[in-house]
Design a protein around this ligand. Structure first.
Ligand SMILES: [Cu+2]
Length: 325
C-alpha cells in the first residue's frame, strides 16, 4: 500500500468515527429522560448506536467503493482473481466482534444491575469510564459517579438515615389495570404519585398473568410475574406526568392497560397523600355509618324476636358484632 492510500483510508475512517460519534449523541430516538438512572441506559443505548453507525458506514463505504472500483469493464470476460485465506484479516474480524460483544455484555449487565438492585453487578469494571472516554460525556459521567457514590452511601447509612432509604410502593398488575399501594397507609390508587428526587422502589407483583411495567421516560421495564416478586428502583428528577404502559401482551385489553405516573414536588406529594387519606377516611366513615344503621336495624328486629324468647337486649348487645350481609 502506498502512502497516499493509507492517508485516504485514515481520513475516511476518521470521518466515519466523527460522524458515528455525532449520530450516537444526537440521534433523538429516545423520549425525554425523567429519572437519574435514565442516563445509564441512554449512555448504553448511545454507545451501541455509535458502534452500529460506525460498522454500517464502514461496510457501506467498502461496498460502494468496491462496486465502482472493481466493476466489470466493457469487453472484460475474464474470471475474477481467486482470493482465499487471509490469516491477519480473519484474526481481526474474529477479535473485534469478540471484544465488542463481551464489552456490550458486561456494560449491559452493569446497567441492568443498577436498575434492578440499585447498584451495579460488577462495580469497578470501568465500563462507564469507557463510555466517557469514547464519547467524551463529562457531565453524564460525573453525574453517574455521583449517583454511584450516593448509592454506596445510602447503603452504608440505611440504618441511620431513613430519608435515604427508598420509598417503597407496591404495584400490582392485573387484567387490565395497575393498582398502587402505599405501604404504611391504606391508600390504593390507579395512578402512581412519587416525590421528585427521592429514590423509589417499586415492588411488583401480578394477580393473574404476566404483565410488564414500563415507563419509557424512566427507561424502566420489568415483568410482573404471578407468584414471583420483582422490583425496580429509580429516582425521578423531572416534574411531570408520564405514561405507564403494560409491555407484555396480557389479554384482549392489553392495549388499554395504561396508567399515569405523576412526579410531584415533595410538598405536592405530601398534600396528595393527606388528601387521599382524608378521602379514604371519609369514605370509610360513610361505610361505618351505613353499617351501624344496618346493624341497629338488625338488632331492633332481633330484639323484637328475642324478647319473646326471654333474651334481654343487653345480652344481644354483648354478642360479637358481626356485620350482617
Ligand atoms: Cu398487562
Amino acid at each position: 500500500m502506498n502512502k497516499s492510500r493509507i492517508f485516504s483510508i485514515a481520513v475516511g475512517l476518521s470521518l466515519i468515527i466523527i460522524a458515528s460519534l455525532w449520530y450516537g449523541q444526537n440521534n433523538g430516538l429516545l423520549p425525554e429522560a425523567a429519572a437519574t438512572e435514565a442516563i445509564l441506559y441512554d449512555n448504553l443505548f448511545n454507545s451501541l448506536l455509535t458502534i452500529a453507525a460506525a460498522i454500517f458506514l464502514i461496510v457501506q463505504t467498502i461496498l460502494i467503493y468496491s462496486m465502482i472500483k472493481f466493476r466489470r469493464r466493457a469487453g472484460d470476460d475474464t474470471d475474477g482473481i481467486p482470493i482465499h485465506d487471509n490469516f491477519l484479516l480473519e484474526i481481526i474480524w474474529t477479535a473485534v466482534p469478540t471484544v465488542l460483544v463481551i464489552w456490550v455484555g458486561i456494560y449491559s449487565f452493569d446497567v441492568y444491575g443498577v436498575m434492578q438492585n440499585g447498584r451495579p453487578m460488577s462495580m469497578g469494571m470501568g465500563m462507564p469510564a469507557m463510555t466517557h472516554n469514547h464519547l467524551g460525556m463529562e457531565a453524564a459521567h460525573a453525574d453517574m459517579m455521583n449517583q454511584m457514590d450516593q448509592m454506596e452511601n445510602s447503603e452504608l447509612n440505611t440504618a441511620v438515615a431513613s430519608a435515604s432509604e427508598p420509598l417503597n410502593i407496591d404495584v400490582q398488575g392485573m387484567q387490565f389495570a395497575w393498582i398502587f399501594s402505599y405501604p404504611g397507609t391504606e391508600i390504593q390508587t390507579a395512578e402512581l404519585h412519587v416525590p421528585i428526587g427521592r429514590e423509589i422502589k417499586l415492588n411488583l407483583s401480578a394477580l393473574d398473568v404476566i404483565h410488564a411495567f414500563w415507563v419509557p421516560q424512566f427507561r424502566l421495564k420489568q415483568d410482573t410475574i404471578p407468584g414471583m416478586a420483582t422490583s425496580i428502583q429509580f429516582t425521578p428528577n423531572k416534574l411531570g406526568e408520564y405514561p405507564i404502559v403494560c409491555a407484555e401482551l396480557c389479554g384482549s385489553y392489553h392495549g388499554g392497560m395504561r396508567a399515569q405516573l405523576f412526579v410531584d414536588t415533595p410538598e405536592d406529594y405530601e398534600a396528595w397523600l393527606v388528601q387521599e387519606q382524608e378521602d379514604l377516611a371519609s369514605s370509610n366513615s360513610k361505610n361505618a355509618i351505613a353499617s351501624t344503621e344496618i346493624l341497629s336495624q338488625h338488632q331492633q328486629l332481633l330484639a323484637a324476636q328475642t324478647q319473646k324468647m326471654g333474651i334481654s337486649p343487653e345480652t344481644l348487645k354483648s354478642l360479637p358484632r358481626t356485620m350482617p350481609n
